[in-house]
Design a protein around this ligand. Structure first.
Ligand code: TXA
Ligand code: MG
Length: 317
């Protein structure tokens, strides 16, 4: 059944939809999220239907401030407190022990819950008007690149959700860094704008989760799915080739280049700019019928680690 998706600029109006059990997409500094009231089992179920998301992939719970953590999680240890103290609000998700009040559908049956407190002013205002914390994955159809502007959300989910809170394009452009604080030492599950070097200033013993072997349970269920994928095939290179074949039409994105023969190209001035525009570039290439997207791997430091991770996933590696 097709829904009428109301597009609004008002955080208060968007929150009303959510408080009445609706699905609401909203901007954050990382990517746009698709939210439902964390305690409303039926609404949270609707997120999985709207996105076509596998039910064993848990959702991140969004909070208006760290004071709300107690509504969904308990037993904060010193590592969690240090990370929250330093990086909330901001592009960090910490995995904590889940309170029993949080429905299993949110955590996909795990005893843990990921929480995040966005720094984006429109998100903060929206969350202030929401009665409860908000469970929200990225607001894309499952398997597509995460949306970094409201038009990408509308393209994927228009007619499937109740409301879209319109804001500026996301300034970071890649999903949050995820750290599991229920294990000792804590584990980096997903790279993001808060890089490994910065995290280790706060938790020097932090370890990086290795990708799981076939048959092994993934540390973060989302890690096992093909993600962030454009329809075009993605080719990764450490440096630009001199020229690439002109058919099928190809595109280039990287910190240097472009090679000769590309139909569309984007040379980014910094890793931060690369992160901000990557998913939008993938979507623009698909809209133009690009066959192959050539991507230059950035150095593996700071946000570069997160860009490399998303590029490997987009290439199906
Ligand atoms: O920046 C972000 O994190 C965005 C915005 C909307 O906040 N959200 C986002 O959500 O990227 P999503 O659902 O696309 O990715 C959430 C990731 C998945 O890989 C999921 O497996 C992992 O977080 N995750 C969620 N809860 C978890 C838990 N309790 N333990 C381990 N991993 C968890
Ligand atoms: Mg996602």
């Amino acid at each position: 059944m097709t829904k009428q998706t109301v597009v609004t600029d008002s955080p208060a109006e968007a929150a009303e939809f959510l408080n009445r059990g609706g699905l609401v997409a909203f901007p954050t500094e990382t990517v746009y999220g698709l939210g439902a009231d964390v305690f409303n089992h039926g609404s949270v179920g609707g997120i999985f239907t709207a996105k076509g998301r596998p039910s064993d992939n848990p959702l991140i719970v969004h909070l208006r401030s760290p004071e709300q953590i107690g509504e969904v999680a308990s037993g904060l240890n010193a590592h969690a407190e240090a990370l929250i103290g330093r990086f909330f609000p901001g592009p960090l998700t910490v995995v904590l022990s889940k309170n029993r009040s949080v429905p299993e559908i949110v955590s996909a049956g795990l005893p843990t819950v990921g929480v995040r407190c966005p720094s984006h002013p429109v998100a903060a205002e929206f969350l202030k008007h929401c009665r409860h914390p908000v469970a929200a994955p990225s607001a894309n159809l499952s398997g597509r690149p995460s949306p970094t502007d409201w038009k990408a959300v509308f393209h994927d989910l228009g007619g499937r959700i109740d409301c879209l809170l319109r804001g500026e394009p996301s300034t970071i452009g890649l999903e949050s860094t995820i750290v599991d604080c229920t294990v000792d030492p804590p584990l980096l599950l997903r790279s993001g704008a808060i890089g490994l070097e910065l995290l280790r200033e706060v938790v020097p013993e932090l370890q990086v989760a290795t990708s799981c072997k076939p048959g092994e349970a993934p540390k973060s269920p989302g890690m096992k799915y093909r993600h962030y994928s454009p329809e075009a095939s993605v080719v990764l290179v450490e440096a630009p080739p001199h020229a690439i074949p002109t058919a099928p039409p190809s595109a280039w994105i990287g910190l240097s280049g472009p090679p000769e023969g590309v139909f569309r190209s984007m040379v980014c001035r910094s890793p931060e700019e690369y992160a901000r525009i990557l998913f939008g570039f993938f979507r623009a290439c698909d809209a133009e019928g690009i066959g192959t997207i050539w991507c230059e791997l950035p150095p593996e430091e700071g946000i570069g680690r997160a860009i490399r991770d998303r590029l490997f996933k987009a290439a199906g590696k």
